[in-house]
Design a binder for this molecule. Sequence first.
Ligand code: ZN
Length: 167
Amino acid sequence: MAVLEILHYPDPRLRAIAKPVTQFGPELAQFIDDLLQTMYQSVGIGLAATQVNVAQRVVVLDVSRGGSSPRCFVNPEILELRGLATGEEGCLSVPETFELVERAEWIRVRAVNAQGEPFELECEGILAVCLQHEIDHLDGKLFVDRLSLLKRSRIRRKFDKAQRLGA
Ligand code: ZN
């Protein structure tokens, strides 16, 4: 297993649109293990392949906060969304930034597992929020895109400055 480097906002590579996974085998299984290890190492609850500069539709998450419920979604698709809920979100690609974001309260998702076997999941709460956030990454979207222009430009300035200082 390996810890991968996480891209930071405003890196343009975070805007890549990920392609569906078509090869299922030991290489994919290894990549999923690496993604999980990188997520746990960074104390995150979700990580998308886009964030480690791999433009493939793979996300991992574990909302248990104890490292006991790793989940992987390959080629995830949201089939249905219901309700609205506002919750605080952060992102390993936008460090130390937490803002309220409005998302669907309940979702139904279809994906395949590491072996390419299809499954569906209905979820709400933190799992639904985290999945929507991670699937956004696969489409090159970040949670800051969902904030007001004012908030977004404040965050952008903070990260531009950090980059200039080489942080
Ligand atoms: Zn994120």
